[in-house]
Structure formats: structure tokens, C-alpha cells
Ligand binder design. Structure first.
Ligand code: HEM
Length: 508
């Protein structure tokens, strides 16, 4: 009797649940599936593999979406997702659906309400404060620090010359972490000099755990997560990162107080302090309203956001570019020739005027970001039914996966050779995409990447430091389509950790 009652209750609840969502089912029915669905699970069972398999499922879904005019759907259990690979629709989505998907909640445990994953109500104010901190003048003032860290990277890589293939990833991620920490916080954490740097270790481990939680359903509910040993590790990494940043903020507040107390009338009149090279932390304190502005917790959230958003993304881009150049030696020679023209045989560090002269390198980086975008998917929430320019209607309550991977490889926009590695497609006379959102490694719309200029400086500076000194060697690719195994590890990364070998270039 009790069992029958329970069954009736469950069926009743299920019918009400479905009835309330009838609009969603009706609208979803009009859109093709990305894959075969099974009852209740939908396509959830396709995501049980490792991070490489998960990436390949999402690649396949991007190609399937391309076949259906850039839009296809998949049910992850009861949650409806759309895979979008149409630039015109994507522009509208990225402009109007500003709320991030719930999957981002796992990273919020680390960076709280830092801009990148914050709900729109919090993000708006924070974005307004952050934008001036990324003005070209300020970003360019960091070239000295980035150049110094790039020299260190090149010198560390020198130890691997002539020693065969190795994974360049640990070198690259330590470089980007050092650069971002010095420009964001004003502290040298020396991850490049100290492989056991606890900041580097905690940052890497926590991102790894977040990724596990996203894809392993049993680690998602907090009460269940707490039962696993990895929970303690999660907490101690967060504690380490928070304590470190909190101390830096505390010191910075005291430094500012000391500076203000020692200011003379002339300093106040001409605002002399503002001419010093500022870190992002200084800028965020000032721009948010100094003592009446951000609290220490808000500052910590914003600084950690910059660290998370700016570290692995750029390292991934540098790594894929190195791997591509190792596969296409003739393209690498053209980069080297350009670097010789800019630097002659001098070993001097790069200065900001050099950056705009490296036009070919810039095209190589852009092409690398097209074929291997570090952020291959952007996930947003649909809060109200929305009609896309293509005519399809997306129901409220669904999620949208904008597939940058798909848009960047669609022959409709990039021609029959869309998958070829061809940096010269970015030559001004050849570059002629039909819509600005055909190329969006840094996203588009009001929540686009604030750090794209910073990233381009960091990527070009480090690559030039490496490629001036070393020839990057790998297995040459047999055809124009580069094959690099990729995985989805929060970002898209090379499975083999950007394997290359190095040979020293002649100095004169
Ligand atoms: C190759 C390197 C990089 C790539 C491919 C990249 C890509 C992206 C993408 C795709 C988004 C937006 C996601 C969305 O639309 O929802 C984003 C947001 C963001 N990025 Fe980057 N990024 C890179 C480097 C950086 C760097 C170096 C920094 C800072 C130093 C940075 C800071 C940010 C911030 C603050 C946001 C959040 C913007 C907001 O929500 O208002 N990024 N990035």
C-alpha cells in the first residue's frame, strides 16, 4: 500500500513538473538534437569519460550544431542546453544573456563574487570599476615586468636545450602566474624560480579539483563532497590562496596610509603619486573609491579573478603556438626572420615599441587562438524566452553553450580550408569574415575579456623571447591540418602538455 502511494506521489510530482515546463518542451522540440537521447538521462551519460573524451564529445556536438544552421539541443538530465555555433545568433546571446551558468558555482568557492563569474547584479558595478584599470596606457606600463619575466622564462628553458622532447607547460604556467601576480599584486612570487611554490601548487590543484567537481556529479552536492578526502585538500588550497592575497592587501593598505601621511601640499596639488607604475591592486583600491570603496574581501575576490582569468588562458595560448610552430618549421622560420629584423643580433629585452613591429608573429598568435581557443565554450543562462535572429526561440530556464571552437572552424565562415593552419588569413587584405563574431577568442559583448590587450602583450613578449634564442622542434605535420590532442580542463589544454624540443639559435 505504502509503495503504491509512493509511486502515485512520484508520478504526480513528475506530471506537475512536466506540466509547468510544457513551454520549454514545446520550444525545444522544434530544435534538432546534438545526439541520440536516452530517457531521463538525455546525453548526460556521454560525459562520464576523461577530460579528453569530454572535449571530443563537445567537439562532435559543435560539428553537429554546424550541420543544423548553428543550433542544436541536448538534455543533461532535466537541464536543457543548446550548442550554438552561428556567429549572428551568438552575438545576440553574448549581448543579452549576461547571467553565467550554474556550473560556475564551483569556482565561486575560490573567487567568490569576483567579476568573471559573478551574478549580473554584482558584476555590473565591478566591471565599471575594472574597465579603466585595463586602459591601453596602463596595460602598456606593464611591458617592463612582462618582459623581465619572459627573459626568465627563456633562460629557464635554456636548461632543456638538446635534451629531447619535454612538456613546456610547467614553464609556461609559472611564467604567466609570475607576470600576473607581479602586475596584479605587485609581489614577486617567483614560481619560475621555485618549482615548489605553494601559491603555484595551490592554484593548480584547486583548478584541477574544480574541474573534477564540474564533471563528476557525485562531487557536486556540498554535503557529499565533504565526505571525500579531496574536500580537505580543496579547503587548504583555498585557505592558502586567501591568506596570501589577504596579507598582500593588508600591506598595500598600510603602504597607502603611510604614503598619504607623508604627502606634501605639492604632492596633493599635482597628484604626484599617480605617476608611479601602479599594480591592478592599487588601481582597484583607487578606482573603487579608496577607503570608501572595495572591502578587503571584495579586493581579494577581484585580485583572484584576475589571477584565475589571466594565468592559464595565456599559458595555454603560448603553449599551443609553440606546438604549432614546432609542427610547421617553415612558418617558424618566418617568425624568426621577423624577430631578427626587430632585434638584429642583440639580446636586449623587449620594449613596448617592438610589439607593433612583430606583425607576422601577431598573425601566428591569432591563427593559433582561432584553431585552439583557450576558452572553447562560453556558457550562459536564458532567463526569458528569446527569439534568435535565425528565428529559433530558446526557452527560459535553458543554458546556451556558445561554441567558439565550432564558429572558428566552420567552413561557412572560414572557407573550405577552415581547419588549415594559415596565419596569413589574418593579413588585412585577406581577412574578410562576414560577421565580427566569426572570430571571438576573447568573447564579445558586455562581458567580453577585459584582459585581451594584456594577453596579447604577454603572449607576444614571451614567444619572442623564446623564439629569438631557440628553434622549437617537434614532429613536423604531414599536412596543413594540425593534429594536437586536446582536453577540457576548465580551459582547453594540450593533452601532452605542449611537448617540444629546443635547439639553440646562433647568437650572431
Ligand atoms: C589568451 C588569453 C585569454 C583568453 C583566450 C581569454 C578569454 C576570455 C573569455 C572568452 C572571457 C569571457 C567569457 C564570457 O564571455 O563569458 C574572458 C573574461 C575575462 N578575462 Fe580573459 N582571456 C585571456 C586572458 C586574460 C588576461 C591575461 C586577463 C587579465 C589579466 C583576463 C581577464 C579577464 C576578465 C577580468 C574577464 C571577465 C570579464 C567580465 O565578466 O566582465 N583575461 N576572458
Amino acid at each position: 500500500m505504502i509503495v503504491i502511494l509512493l509511486i502515485v506521489l512520484v508520478l504526480g510530482w513528475f506530471s506537475v513538473f512536466r506540466y509547468r515546463r510544457r513551454n520549454m518542451y514545446k520550444l525545444a522540440a522544434a530544435i534538432p538534437d546534438v545526439d541520440k537521447h536516452i530517457p531521463l538521462l538525455g546525453i548526460a551519460h556521454k560525459f562520464t569519460g576523461n577530460t579528453e573524451e569530454i572535449m571530443s564529445v563537445l567537439q562532435r556536438y559543435s560539428y553537429n550544431s554546424m550541420k543544423h544552421n548553428g543550433l542544436a539541443k541536448g538534455w543533461l538530465g532535466h537541464i536543457l542546453y543548446f550548442v550554438l555555433s552561428n556567429p549572428v545568433d551568438s552575438e545576440v546571446v553574448l549581448k543579452t544573456c549576461l547571467e553565467k551558468d550554474d556550473l560556475h558555482r564551483f569556482i565561486r568557492a575560490i573567487i567568490g563574487y569576483g567579476g568573471i563569474f559573478a551574478p549580473v547584479s554584482i558584476w555590473r558595478r565591478r566591471r565599471k570599476i575594472m574597465v579603466p584599470a585595463f586602459s591601453p596606457r596602463i596595460v602598456q606600463s606593464f611591458v617592463g615586468i612582462i618582459s623581465e619575466q619572459s627573459e626568465k622564462l627563456a633562460s629557464n628553458l635554456g636548461k632543456r636545450v638538446g635534451k629531447g622532447m619535454f612538456s613546456s607547460w610547467p614553464f609556461l604556467s609559472a611564467y604567466t602566474l609570475d607576470s600576473v601576480c607581479e602586475t596584479a599584486l605587485g609581489v614577486k612570487i617567483n614560481a619560475q624560480g621555485d618549482k615548489d611554490s605553494s601559491f603555484l601548487k595551490s592554484m593548480n590543484r584547486i583548478l584541477n579539483i574544480v574541474c573534477m567537481r564540474i564533471f563528476h556529479l557525485w562531487l557536486q552536492p556540498v554535503w557529499l563532497f565533504k565526505l571525500f578526502p579531496v574536500f580537505n585538500e580543496h579547503q587548504s588550497c583555498i585557505e592558502m590562496l586567501h591568506d596570501f592575497v589577504d596579507k598582500v592587501i593588508q600591506n598595500k593598505r598600510e603602504e597607502i596610509k603611510r604614503e598619504n601621511n607623508s604627502k606634501t601640499e605639492v604632492d596633493y596639488e599635482y597628484n604626484l603619486g599617480s605617476y608611479k607604475c601602479k599594480t591592478f591592486l592599487d588601481l582597484l583600491i583607487t578606482l573603487s573609491g579608496a577607503e570608501k570603496g572595495y572591502t578587503n574581501i571584495e579586493l581579494r575576490e577581484e585580485v583572484l579573478t584576475l589571477t584565475v582569468a589571466g594565468t592559464d588562458t595565456s599559458a595555454v595560448a603560448i603553449g599551443f603556438t609553440l606546438e604549432l610552430l614546432s609542427k610547421y618549421p617553415e612558418i617558424q622560420e618566418k617568425v624568426y626572420k621577423e624577430l631578427r629584423e626587430v632585434f638584429c643580433d642583440s639580446e636586449r629585452p623587449l620594449i613596448k615599441e617592438d610589439l607593433e613591429k612583430m606583425k607576422y608573429l601577431e598573425r601566428v598568435v591569432k591563427e593559433s587562438l582561432r584553431l585552439f581557443p583557450p576558452v572553447p565554450f562560453i556558457i550562459r543562462k536564458v532567463l526569458e524566452d528569446m527569439t534568435l535572429p535565425s528565428g529559433s526561440v530558446l526557452p527560459a530556464g535553458s543554458g546556451i553553450v556558445v561554441s567558439i571552437w565550432g564558429i572558428h572552424r566552420d567552413p561557412k565562415y572560414w572557407g573550405p580550408e577552415a581547419e588549415h593552419f594559415d596565419p596569413d588569413r589574418f593579413l588585412p587584405e585577406r581577412f574578410n569574415v562576414e560577421h565580427p563574431c566569426c572570430y571571438l577568442p576573447f568573447s564579445s559583448g558586455p562581458r567580453n575579456c577585459l584582459g585581451y590587450q594584456y594577453a596579447m602583450i604577454s603572449i607576444k613578449t614571451s614567444l619572442s623571447a623564446i623564439l629569438r634564442r631557440y628553434k622549437v622542434v617537434g614532429e613536423p605535420e604531414k599536412g596543413p591540418v594540425p593534429r594536437i590532442r586536446v582536453k577540457l580542463d576548465i580551459m582547453m589544454k594540450s593533452v601532452e602538455g605542449c611537448q617540444v624540443a629546443l635547439e639553440r639559435r646562433p647568437t650572431k
